[in-house]
Design a protein around this ligand. Structure first.
Ligand SMILES: *Cc1c(COP(=O)(O)O)cnc(C)c1O
Length: 433
């Protein structure tokens, strides 16, 4: 009935997440409210970890892409589950280190890292910096030398794979701000340059071919292209690069129309494709890295809202306004992202009304979705939007000076706040007279 397995309806007819009645959560913590199911987060982590252990014989590491949902509690969970961590800014790195995330398992991404961010990363002894361009390579080598350290790096390569996804979130093509292009020879030159940097160690090549992908083939295809490059490096430069990072991007079920590949199957197929290709090319099987973000955090989250105004425009549409919007979930405004929604009470009753769910910002584009199916609701009713665990809290803003909602985690039938909601005092905390 619902897009995530952890959502159900109890005897009272109320929606539950991880077995907890959503009306109780709303009463206790208010709305809007982000709710994350810790048990599902951990289960998702374990599925990836055991798949990688099974199919890569332990020669692999799953890195959680923290940008999808980053806070100290989440970093702690990822650490406990034996994951590595992707960070893309000093803010995410600081969060991870504050949660005592093991630095050697942290990988730092980004197309334009600041000098101070690179220094912070080197001083923190993180596992690897994913170098995006030649000037960064040179800068990082200098920082490593000055610090008297040898720094692990990966190189971000654009393999030119079209992963049939939304243009805005496509990053594998040549026309992308990320990384070195393969077809132009730029990637090979970058590898040569990296191997000549005395204070850097090239641990892995990296590619990330897009997001919300439902097929395995683009990953198999990308891995073959990357291994082809590794073979060329072996033949012409006499070096075998020991790792291959195939990024994230595994799709999740936002609506009943989405059919994600099962993660275990996915890892198995890609790992086998890599093994076969290596055998063909005479390469050692590299250490494999994956970087799931959305598929770990997305399905684990829901957002609870209270309905305000309900506006029926005869023969046009019905607007159901909720007490949040693009400030806590900008994804419809950004990409036209699709979600499902339900009333919290009588949650099992058919969602027979077609409504447009609007936020409270002064912006016509501030919608959670157009033409969504929902039960009949009236002001004061609670509604839940599903699969909001990824790229919602992490993309939230204070537009219109709206305080960010708290994040509550549920586990084993109890709940706790893991990120406090902002207060009005928080909204003005950096203002000066
Ligand atoms: C965004 C991103 C990810 C995570 O993508 P998901 O779609 O959330 O799995 C992984 N690696 C890199 C380099 C990214 O930019």
């Amino acid at each position: 009935m619902f897009v995530s397995d952890n959502i159900d309806v109890n005897a009272k007819g109320n929606l539950t997440i991880g077995g907890i009645d959503c009306t109780e959560l709303a009463e206790k913590y208010g709305t809007p409210l982000y709710v994350m199911d810790e048990d599902l987060l951990r289960k998702n982590c374990r599925r990836y970890k055991s798949a990688l252990d099974n199919f890569c014989g332990g020669n692999g590491l799953v890195l959680y892409a923290s940008k999808s949902f980053c806070c100290k509690a989440m970093c702690k969970i990822a650490a406990e589950e034996g994951f590595g961590l992707d960070v893309v800014s000093e803010g995410e790195l600081f969060t991870a280190l504050s949660a005592n995330f093991p630095a050697e398992r942290i990988v730092f991404h980004g197309n334009n890292k600041k000098y101070s961010e690179l220094v912070f990363a080197v001083n923190s002894n993180i596992g690897a910096v994913v170098v995006d361009n030649l000037s960064e390579l040179e800068t990082l080598n200098g920082i490593a030398e000055a610090a008297g350290k040898n720094v692990g790096i990966m190189l971000r390569i654009k393999p030119g794979v079209d992963a049939h996804t939304h243009d805005f979130i496509m990053t594998g093509q040549i026309d992308s701000k990320f990384g070195f292009a393969l077809e132009t020879g730029e990637a090979f030159e970058a590898i040569k340059a990296a191997l000549s940097c005395k204070h850097l160690t090239l641990k892995s090549l990296h590619c990330h071919i897009g997001s919300q992908i439902f097929e395995v083939d683009p990953y198999e295809y990308a891995s073959a292209i990357m291994l082809g490059l590794m073979k060329k490096v072996k033949d012409e430069l006499g070096t075998e690069i020991p790792g291959l990072n195939l990024g994230g991007g595994f799709g999740i079920k936002y609506t009943q129309n989405n059919t994600p590949v099962d993660y275990e199957k996915h890892i198995e197929c890609v790992a086998n494709a890599v093994k076969n290709e290596c055998a063909k090319l005479g390469l050692n099987v590299p250490k494999l890295y994956f970087e799931p973000g959305r598929s770990i955090s997305g399905p684990a989250g829901i957002t609870l809202y209270t309905v305000g105004a309900v506006k029926e425009i005869p023969s046009i549409r019905t607007y159901v306004s909720i007490d949040g919007g693009m400030t806590d979930n900008p994804r419809y405004a950004l990409y036209g992202a699709q979600y499902e929604i339900s009333a919290v009470k009588n949650a099992a009753s058919p969602r027979s009304k077609t409504v447009t769910v609007a936020g409270k910002c002064c912006e016509s584009g501030d919608l959670i979705g157009k033409d969504m199916q929902l039960q009949e609701v009236k002001p004061g009713d609670l509604v839940a939007v599903f699969a909001t665990g990824a790229y919602n809290y992490s993309m939230s803003s204070n537009y219109n000076r709206i305080p960010r909602p708290p994040v509550v985690m549920v586990s084993g039938g109890s709940s706790r706040v893991v990120v406090k909601g902002e207060t009005l005092e928080d909204v003005i905390r950096n203002d000066l007279d």
